[in-house]
Design a protein around this ligand. Sequence first.
Ligand code: OGA
Ligand code: MN
Length: 297
Amino acid sequence: MTITIYPVTPDFAAEIGDVNLASISDADMGAIKQAFWKYSVLVFPDQKLSGTQHVEFARRFGALETTIATYRPGEKLRVQEEIADVSNLDPENKLLGRDSRQRMYNMGNRLWHTDSSFRHVPAFASVLYGRSVAPIGGHTEFADMRAAFDSLPPQKQEQLRGLVAEHSIFNSRTKLGFYDFAPEERAALPPVKQVMVRRIPESGRESLYIASHAGRVIGMPDDEGAQLIEELTAHAVQRQFVYTHRWRQDDLVIWDNRCTMHHGTEFDDMRWRRDFQRATVADIANSCEQAGVPISA
Ligand code: OGA
Ligand code: MN
């Protein structure tokens, strides 16, 4: 049986049925990739995967990035090292305390972003598995950055092509009032440059590429650059560009970080367990390198 595709809109987000991600044929994998290039966000309901099977599925899209755990060696992990733990649980599977550092860190996911744009080589695909889901709230919203770009006036599009922004994880965390980083963490994650408009090779479509991690725009005064990023974010997250995913237990969702932004919505994390785990496929190179834009100050 081949996969069944239920588009949410004609070219953004689709649900995929009749597939078990623990054992996919090459033909189905080909069909999944074609759908991924077209819809950018794919939802696979009712998957039963071990951690290893989750990681193996993600690897079919490319090499995985190292998780943040790498920067905090020795810390006890709840999930295997290849997986980013975006749950509200501690290594004993208890709810994180209100003041826990991991809780504060994960709060950054409530801001609109694209994964790992603060790394020199950002994320390509994120594969998020909802192992246990909050009964109220805790949705994930996705913005179609291709559609957002297409709808800008041509002069604006032309202005943005070739612009480069500086991204840092400390930009997004500072917005939440969270400054508590060790010097070695700061040293491990210096600001990086990313183009503001990307062309996605597989679809040929152009896309905005911004995030709450973006701070300065190169060649602009700081306040003007910050304002431009804010204005573009507000444009991109308008309702007509957004798909809200309301999770069911065992949904697995994969998105293309090159042409989407996403964020988690609020939920009572002092009350509900939300066990979400993410395997993240690295992009092939920095976005400036891929676009042939020189990386200079
Ligand atoms: C992520 C993320 C949001 C959410 O896993 O990258 O931003 O709703 N998650 O958990
Ligand atoms: Mn994210």
